[in-house]
Design a protein. Structure first.
Length: 186
């Protein structure tokens, strides 16, 4: 028997953080998805223990300010793409500059320096991942999905989808449908 599951990464992430911080008996406050305020100074042993326990889940403590800003940028973009109410009415460049209190030029240059990719490319990758999720897990049409992800048209979404995945959205949809029918018949 196959089971299909759906999960919320933010809930999982917060639960892991809470469990690991409490296991080390630390007093803390989760400020945002990627910021934690520890109420006391940590010994080097506590820092090492925290790093080790979080690393087992693929979570890394960032000590470098540049890397922290890039991670914040990524988190804002992911939040923006996955939560429709967070899609900005303004240009994304202005939105990021406003949220991060830095000029967009600085953010974009730093992002490229650290990730070897552009913010625009990261946004496209996130939007395509969201489109794949929506195609696989909802009954929305491609028109509805393109509107939900702020694409100017279905053809714009389709072009980016094919460029990124090598498949058109409709071929991807057929593959998902075929897998479901095969699984249902098993």
């Amino acid at each position: 028997m196959k089971l299909y599951v759906n999960f919320d990464m933010n809930v999982i992430y917060r639960k892991i953080l809470n469990e690991q911080l409490e296991k080390l008996d630390l007093k803390y406050e989760l400020l945002s998805i990627n910021e934690i305020r520890i109420q006391e100074e940590l010994s080097s042993q506590q820092v090492n223990q925290l790093n080790a326990s979080l690393k087992a889940y693929g979570i890394e403590v960032i000590e470098n300010q540049k890397n922290a800003l890039v991670q914040k940028t990524k988190d804002i973009i992911v939040d923006m793409v996955y939560n429709e109410e967070n899609l900005p009415a303004m240009k994304i460049s202005s939105y990021l500059a406003d949220k991060l209190n830095h000029s967009y030029g600085y953010i974009a240059n730093l992002f490229s320096e650290v990730t070897f990719s552009s913010i625009e490319n990261f946004i496209i990758l996130q939007k395509i991942e969201r489109a794949k999720h929506l195609i696989a897990n909802s009954d929305l049409t491609l028109t509805e999905i393109s509107h939900k992800l702020n694409y100017s048209s279905v053809s714009h979404l389709s072009n980016q989808f094919k460029k990124t995945t090598g498949l058109s959205p409709s071929v991807f949809q057929k593959i998902i449908s075929k897998r479901r029918s095969t699984a249902a018949n098993s």
